[in-house]
Design a protein around this ligand. Structure first.
Ligand SMILES: Cc1cc2nc3c(=O)[nH]c(=O)nc-3n(C[C@H](O)[C@H](O)[C@H](O)COP(=O)(O)O)c2cc1C
Length: 220
C-alpha cells in the first residue's frame, strides 16, 4: 500500500463523531464531496433508496419547527421543555444533511434498502472527517409526520433517517467510553466450527487499546 493509502486508512480508523460545533459549516466544495461519498454506498440494483436535503443557516428554523410539529402529532400534551429540546436539535451545527429513506418497489427487500440508506450516513461522516469537517449523525424518535412530510416532500413509505450535522469542530471528541476492537466482536470458522466467543469460554473480553486511546489512533 502506498503512503497516501496508509494515511487514508489511518484516518478512517480515527474517525469520531463531534458533539460541539462552531461556524462555519462545510464549503460548497466540501459539501459536494460529502454528498458524493453518500452516493457511493452499496446499493443493490442501484435503486438509490435515499435522498438528501441540505439545511443550513436560517433554513434550520423550518426544520426545528417541523420536528416540534412531529413531536406534537405524537404527543399533543408535549410540554414546552420538550418542544425546546426538539427545536434545538436543528441548531447544533451550521449545516445539516437530512437523510430521507426512500424505498423502491421491486425484488430488493426493504431491509436491504434501509441498510443501504443507513450506509449513506456513515459515508457522510467519514468523508467529512477526511476533509477535516466535524460531523455527527443525529436523529429523533420521529421518522414521519405531516409537517416533516410536507417540508421534505416525503411520500408513500419515505421516512426520515436522521440527519448528519456538519461544521467546524469546537472541541475534540473524548476517548470512547466503551471501546470495542475486532477481537471483541470477531471469531473465525475453523475446520467447520466457530471459535468460542468470550462469554461462552469464560475468557476475558479484551478491548482494542487503539480504539480507546485517541493518541494511539493518531487523533491526539
Ligand atoms: C441512525 C443513528 C442515529 C443517531 N442519533 C443520535 C442522536 O440523536 N444523538 C446522539 O447523541 N447520537 C446519535 N447517534 C450516535 C452518533 O452518531 C455517534 O455514532 C455516537 O455519538 C458515537 O460516536 P462515534 O461515531 O465517534 O463512535 C446516532 C447514530 C445513528 C447510527
Amino acid at each position: 500500500m502506498n503512503d497516501a493509502n496508509i494515511a487514508a486508512v489511518e484516518a478512517v480508523l480515527a474517525r469520531r463523531s463531534v458533539k460541539h460545533f462552531d461556524e462555519p459549516g462545510p464549503s460548497d466544495a466540501q459539501l459536494e464531496v460529502i454528498l458524493r461519498a453518500a452516493t457511493t454506498v452499496p446499493d443493490h440494483n442501484e435503486l438509490h433508496p435515499w435522498r438528501f436535503v441540505v439545511v443550513s443557516g436560517a433554513e434550520r428554523a423550518a426544520f426545528g419547527e417541523a420536528l416540534v410539529a412531529a413531536g406534537a402529532e405524537r404527543d399533543p400534551d408535549m410540554d414546552e421543555a420538550r418542544r425546546t429540546k426538539l427545536r434545538d436539535k436543528a441548531y447544533l451545527a451550521p449545516t445539516l444533511v437530512v437523510i430521507v429513506f426512500s424505498p423502491k418497489p421491486g425484488k430488493v427487500d426493504v431491509w436491504e434498502q434501509e441498510a443501504s440508506a443507513a450506509a449513506t450516513g456513515y459515508a457522510m461522516t467519514l468523508a467529512a472527517h477526511l476533509l477535516g469537517v466535524g460531523s455527527i449523525w443525529k436523529s429523533a424518535p420521529l421518522r414521519t409526520g405531516a409537517v416533516l412530510a410536507e417540508l421534505f416532500s416525503m411520500v408513500d413509505d419515505e421516512q426520515l433517517m436522521g440527519w448528519v450535522n456538519l461544521g467546524t469542530v469546537a472541541s475534540p471528541p473524548r476517548a470512547r467510553r466503551n471501546p470495542v476492537g475486532p477481537a471483541d466482536v470477531t471469531r473465525r470458522l475453523r475446520t467447520g466450527r466457530l471459535e468460542p466467543w468470550p462469554q461462552q469460554s469464560g475468557e476475558p473480553v479484551v478491548s482494542d487499546p487503539a480504539a480507546s486511546d485517541p493518541a494511539a489512533s493518531g487523533q491526539a
